[in-house]
Every structure is written in C-alpha cells, then in structure tokens.
Design a protein around this ligand. Structure first.
Ligand code: MRU
Length: 361
C-alpha cells in the first residue's frame, strides 16, 4: 500500500453501528433520524429491517451503508434454512436496491457474494452450506474492521490539509456517524485537532435532511471543536468575506476520471470555492471509487421523496399540489477538485492516470 502518514489513533465515544452476538445475533444502529434530540438505538434482525433503516437514513454515509448492508446479508442468510447460493444472490441483490448512489453498498455486497461463493466451492455440499453464515459474519466483521483502519489513515493523511488558524467549511456529515470508523473528511479535522492545530469549522446545514446541522455539528461539539452552522446558501457570502481557508467534503461515488458524486450542494460549493480561489478537497476510501465507469454522468443519482422538502421540518412549507425537485446527490467535475485524500495518500491533480496509479499499484 502507498504512503500513509503516522500519528496518534483517534477514538470516539459513539459508534454508528455494532453487531451484537454471534451468527444468530443482530445489528444495532445509532438511529441518526433521532439526532441531535435523542441518542436512540435501532435493532435490526432481518435483511428487510436493514434495507428499511438504510433507506430511511437511520444509518447513512457511504462507508456506513456498505458495512450495514454486509450485516444485512448476514441477517438474511443466517435465518434461511436450507441456505442455497441462489438465496445469497437474491438477498444481496435485494439489499443493493435500497440506495443507488453510494458505490460502497454494492462493493461490500459483492465481497459478501465472493465469500459465499468461496465457502460453497471449498466446503463440499452440506458442510459448505453449514459453514456459510459464519463465513459471512466473519467477512462483514472484516469489512467493518478495515473501515476503522481506513478512516484512521484518511484522518492522518487529510490532517496536513487543515490549516492551523483560520476556518474550514464542510458539507453534509462525513464523521463517525457516516462510517464504521471515525469518518472521512471529518476524520481529517479530528486528527488535525488532535495534533494541536486550532481552527473553526463552518458546517453547511445541508438541506433538506440537515445532516450538517444535526449530525456534523453534534460530532464536532462532542469533541470540543468550535463549529458554526450556516444555511447552505450563506457559503458564498462567507467565502467572499475571506472567512473560509479550505473546503473539505466526502464522496458517495468517484468515477475513473475523478468526477465526484456527493451530497446535493457539493457542486455549488465547488463553483464557489473556484470563484474565490479556495482549495476544495474530497476525502474518500478506495471503496468509494468506481473505476468501472468513465465519468460522473454515469453515476445514478438518487431522487428522494417530495415530503422531505415540502414537510421536512415537521410542518408544511410548500403548498399542497406544488411539485418538488429533490435529488440527494450531485456530481462535481474532477478539474474543480484540488485533491482527493485516500487511505493510500492524496491524489492531486485529480485525473484518471493519477487515480489508477494510486489505487492499483
Ligand atoms: O444521504 P447521505 O446522508 O447518506 O449522504 C452522505 C454524503 O453525501 C456523504 O458526504 C458521503 O456519503 C461521504 S460519508 C463519509
């Protein structure tokens, strides 16, 4: 593996998800729809419950979705008797449908499928089938553990981009709530703070579901890092006033040419950052890259329900009968991104050759 800066290991007091018990155990999620009002947990005991939890954003953020889906496959498979290869295929295909944009979902489920295939090929007949649920659980746990290590590396590698003094602007939530580990873009802030750097974090509220205001502000506050929430459209005014030194965000899928799909509003931020000469970085694990697609135009963009906008804050804010446009993600062109932080080092400039060099050698 390529370059990795060294540094202290960051620990946090909360986890987005946890597997409870053995093969017949269950998945416990920190229910993110309830934050910041309440820290509540949701126990999932079937693939269907995991599907629904991901769809409703009880668990969200590209890496966390992948890990949760892997455990969803364990739940689906360990409760089916007899368990056949076709069942594993069907359960994984079903879980892949819960959200379309974050490639980590398909990436994790493909790993589960490969594990099942290996287990059934290596074990003969009945013994292979009996060993399958335990093998799937081990694989899901490996995906979770790898994400923890990856996030630590993302934090260490990203910390060098964070200024000592000044302010950083971020969008959506990319911390420990969005991963099994400490996060991606927010991990850089945790690590820089741990190194003794001091800065303020501007947190885009991230309409319509307020992942910035509800989740990122909560995570930074837990850690004692000064943060201020702004309405998304205040970012331009803030940059114009010279109050942003760097922008750092996460990603849901990165195409081979470096185009980045991330939370709706990221594209607008990139335009603003470019206009103001402010560097904009993306932080994402290798599992968020989709080298099978050429460019951002091939990334499927999730459209979510009208109600998230029209009655999103608990009361009607759009007249009944008026249509709503509610894409969950947008795509930022590679050339507007100053660099992509990965667990294998920083990719800059962002182009296909640099990406392939960093990820495949
Ligand atoms: O709809 P969400 O909340 O799942 O969207 C999350 C994002 O867009 C994050 O920026 C991305 O998944 C990276 S999380 C480390």
């Amino acid at each position: 593996m390529g370059t990795q800066a060294s540094g202290p290991r960051i620990t946090l007091s909360y986890r987005s998800l946890e597997w409870i018990g053995g093969v017949d155990g269950h998945l416990r999620l920190l229910d993110q729809t309830r934050l910041p009002e309440a820290v509540d947990y949701l126990d999932c005991r079937s693939a269907e419950e995991v599907w629904d939890a991901i769809r409703r954003l009880c668990v969200r953020g590209a890496p966390a979705i992948g890990v949760a889906a892997a455990y969803g496959a364990v739940l689906g498979c360990s409760r089916r008797e007899p368990l056949r290869w076709e069942d594993v295929e069907q359960i994984c295909a079903y879980l892949k449908t819960c959200r379309p944009t974050a490639v980590n979902l398909g990436w994790a489920l493909d790993r589960m499928l490969r594990t099942a295939q290996r287990c059934l090929t290596e074990g003969s007949g009945t013994s292979g089938r009996m060993a399958l649920p335990a093998s799937l659980l081990r694989e899901a746990q490996a995906i979770e553990q790898e994400d923890r290590e990856t996030c630590q590396a993302l934090g260490r590698n990203g910390a060098e981009l964070i200024p000592d003094g000044g302010a950083v602007l971020t969008h959506c939530n990319t911390g420990a709530l969005a991963a099994a580990g400490i996060g991606t873009a927010l991990a850089a802030l945790f690590a820089a703070w741990e190194q003794g750097k001091r800065f303020t974090v501007w947190v885009d509220e991230t309409r319509p579901l307020l992942q910035g205001a509800r989740l990122t502000a909560w995570e930074l506050h837990q850690r004692g890092i000064p943060a201020a929430v702004l309405c998304d459209h205040a970012a331009g005014q803030l940059m114009g006033a010279g109050k942003v030194q760097v922008v750092i965000v996460g990603a849901d899928r990165i195409a081979a040419n470096g185009d980045v799909a991330n939370k709706i509003g990221t594209y607008g931020l990139a335009v603003l950052a470019r206009a103001h000469g402010i560097p904009m970085y993306v932080s994402a694990p290798a599992s968020t890259f989709d080298l099978s697609i050429t460019g951002g135009w091939e990334i499927p963009i999730e459209q979510r329900s009208a109600e998230e906008v029209s009655v999103g804050l608990g009361r009607r804010t759009v007249p009944e009968g008026v249509e709503v446009y509610n894409p969950a993600f947008d795509v930022t062109p590679a050339e507007w991104i100053s660099g992509i932080v990965t667990e294998r080092g920083i990719i800059a400039p962002v182009n296909e050759a640099r990406i392939r060099e960093r990820l495949t050698t």
